[in-house]
Design a protein around this ligand. Structure first.
Ligand SMILES: Nc1ncnc2c1ncn2[C@@H]1O[C@H](COP(=O)(O)OP(=O)(O)OP(=O)(O)O)[C@@H](O)[C@H]1O
Length: 229
């Protein structure tokens, strides 16, 4: 599903590589935490998968895409197969919950009857039935993140990339969001989540890939956040 082969990325303005000879393979349906201190390369890793950046060296494969080498016109197809969730939710403030989710389908040209059918289904899946007509500022942080997850998942992507999805949430709400991500993972969707949240990583005991200064320093099948620390 995801394969990085000898991937290095050095940004123009910096001497040290943000990623340094990284080899990682993630199979379909896996749930993987990407951890490491600030600046260790987690966001760069995710951006390479989306072709928001191109590696300086090495190859990046996502599904059947050779991401760094594919034609630019195919990039939207790649991005349609990847749902994204962020720390700051990134909802459209002037659209309702249902409109935010529908918008993700409108921009890829889904027919209106399909949209009318699947939006309520996905809102129910994320536990937001009854809130379809609320505006984002009428929701709690946890509810806003549920909308963002619904929007990311409504097109049934092959994988979900989550960059610090619980970073703005309290511990209980974070747990609820993790249960939801687990549920999405159980549908067969690969989940890759960058996080600093020790307690979540420790409680879930999933695969942990740890970066330090752009290198993979640990890859545990059922890891915790900090071994020997
Ligand atoms: N657009 C950019 N231009 C130059 N340097 C960058 C750019 N983006 C990231 N970097 C540098 O690359 C390194 C890795 O950054 P990255 O954002 O990938 O780390 P991170 O692990 O996601 O950090 P955080 O947890 O703070 O988000 C850092 O040294 C950072 O300063």
């Amino acid at each position: 599903m995801i394969r990085l082969e000898h991937v290095s990325k050095t940004y123009k303005s910096s001497a040290r590589p943000a990623l340094d000879n990284v080899d990682v393979e993630v199979d379909k349906g896996e749930f993987v935490f990407l951890i490491g201190p600030s600046g260790s390369g987690k966001s760069t890793f995710l951006r390479l998968l989306l072709r928001e950046e191109i590696p300086s060296k090495g190859r990046v494969y996502v599904a059947n895409f050779d991401v760094a080498r594919m034609a630019r016109r195919r990039v939207p197809r790649l991005r349609q197969s990847i749902g994204c969730v962020f720390q700051d939710f990134r909802l459209l403030a002037n659209k309702t919950v249902a409109e935010n989710v529908a918008f993700a389908l409108e921009v890829i040209g889904k027919p209106r009857p399909t949209i009318k059918k699947v939006v309520p289904e996905v809102l129910e899946l994320v536990g937001l039935d009854g809130k379809a007509n609320r505006m984002p500022n009428e929701l709690s942080g946890g509810e806003q993140q549920r909308v963002a997850i619904a929007r990311a998942f409504v097109n049934r992507p092959l994988m979900l990339l989550a960059d610090e999805p619980t970073g703005n949430l309290d511990p209980d709400t974070s747990q609820d969001i993790m249960l939801l991500l687990e549920r999405i993972n159980r549908t067969g969707t690969t989940v890759l989540m960058a996080t600093h949240d020790h307690s979540i990583v420790d409680s879930m005991r999933r695969r942990v890939v740890e970066l330090s200064l752009g290198r993979v320093i640990r890859d545990d099948a059922r890891g915790v956040y900090g071994v020997g620390r």
